[in-house]
Design a protein around this ligand. Sequence first.
Ligand code: MSP
Length: 645
Amino acid sequence: MKTFYATTPIYYVNDLPHIGHIYSTVVTDVLTRYHRLLGEKTRFLTGTDEHGQKIERAAATQGIPPIELANRVVERYHELYRRFDIANDDFIRTTEERHRRGVEEIIRRIEANGDLYLARHEGWYCASCETFYTEKELVDGKCPIHDEVAAWQSEENMFFRLSKYGPALLDLYRTRPEFVRPETRRAEVISFVEAGLKDLSVSRTNIQWGIPFPGRPGHVVYVWLDALSNYVTALGFGAPDDRLYREFWDNPEGRRVHVIGKDILRFHAVFWPAFLLSAGIPVPTTVWAHGWWLRDDKKVSKSVGNIVRPDQLVADFGTDALRYFLLREMAFGQDASFSDQAFLERYNADLANDLGNTVSRVAALCRQAFGSSPPEPCDENELIAAAGRAQAAWRTAMDDSAFHRALEAIWKLLSEINGYVVAREPWKVLKEEGRSARLSRILYASAEAVRVAAVLLSPFVPATSRKIRAAVGAPDGTPSLEDLSWGRLPTGSPLAPAEALFPRVDTAAYFSTEEGKPMSTEKPAAPAAPPPAAGDGHISIQDFQRVRLVTGRILEAERVPKSNKLVRLQVDLGSEKRQVVAGIAARYEPEALVGRNVVIVANLKPAKLMGVDSNGMVLAATVGEAGEPSLLEVPADVPPGSTVK
Ligand code: MSP
């Protein structure tokens, strides 16, 4: 059976995720959603790379065991993935037992094939890359990628006979051009291998934080051999139940795609297939190496110190705005520069204007003319051809992983829908003819084309796609290929209430509130220390009582200028009045908040949000995948200042 398996790199846990990591993950998410939409059986794996010198050192610097550092960062990944609508099927951690077992089995097979031997190894080591460099490869004694001084290391290691696999690898690249993509990367890999491969040291004796090398006390498995194996260990390779492995990896009809950044191409396109060939395991179908997000012409990375964090962007503009930006701004495979200005421009022009306005205009007209349900169908219209063209261009681009071009095709359709509506002037038709058949045809065609655009958008911005479909009365659910056929918009189904998808932002004003700091460089807190918890994850009643929860009545509410999410509240807490800023504007109009009874965290450390002081926090449930806030209600007869416990 045809299957599609896509993976992200597994991320090091010495750092919190930044937009580079998010990008690889979002791309893999889009790819998997696309194949699911095509009706294929898909699986999406991501995870964390937790062993090695780099992690051992980072944990030592923080004075905690490596596993504790890993646990904290993993939590953060889970939380971000939830917010980013990442639909991964599995999340592997290299410290898991299932992984260790699989790595041992791979090593056992490589050894059985006669590809391991013991020898002394010396060289210049960059701990950030976890790799050796030759003197020639270093730039002024520093790692060419991380600009860090490389350290001389000399130790007895187990070696893998990589040199033996040169001819087989070259044969692989030549007979299967899709093995490395894009083409420029393939050429790079070929010339690297043609220059000759040296054997690779695959064990370490100078660190402890790793998987013990089978049969070699004192050695741990080299972190790259450990890490790369995740792609099969997560499927149950080497486990008694290896059904997933057989379905998604050892399957001639299965496609196996690794999405990676170009920084780790050599490991994936040279070392990994060589390990697999040696172990008698099929190689991946494609290693897709994308470019880098740059800031000030340098790769965004912790060691360079020009990190772009997603937190503030997501808080102010929502997840889908960032997903869209990342996929539209970067031509997949090439580098792209991140700037707040570019982000806001795309936000206002593409999302607020082209997408948001087109959808709200069409939905509002349908509602105005036909009440709560879409009009009668029509099957003769120029938009049918436009939707067909958009679909074809989208499909070609998606099959080529040219996500930016797929989005361009959707935007062309949006502009055609807009042009159609402007030319037909349905508002005039409504005035002159009432709910005529002509009006019905115009509006059905517009709403149906919007629905098709939403289906095309679904792999990219799943939550927004869902909202758009609801706004024109299309049924909910995971879209399939059939949903791209014209005429599937039912009539008589309710239209969801209007909601501004991407409210416009005043760019100049936005920057002026940031105290000279670009929004995306705001540093998140260091990985938060977990609350004191017993081994079973419970906290004591005393721990809970440290949080002072009281009821309050909202006296005043107004939007925080230039923010889509924030509302400034004056809250009566009985004995005092407090100013609290809450991120609930997307759901609540300020006027509707006045007089409401709410629950406040009264002893939260004061903070400034978009320059406004906040002394407390309002409790709200987060609903659905989009995490919409829904305020906790307190009965009207409970006086302000009552303790909640
Ligand atoms: N742990 C290894 C990968 C092991 S895979 C078997 C690793 N981890 S990492 O945390 O450094 O993340 C690397 C990946 O994050 C890159 O390959 C790339 O996919 C992504 N990015 C990190 N910084 C990036 C940019 N500035 N731009 C785009 N993506 C980059 O390497």
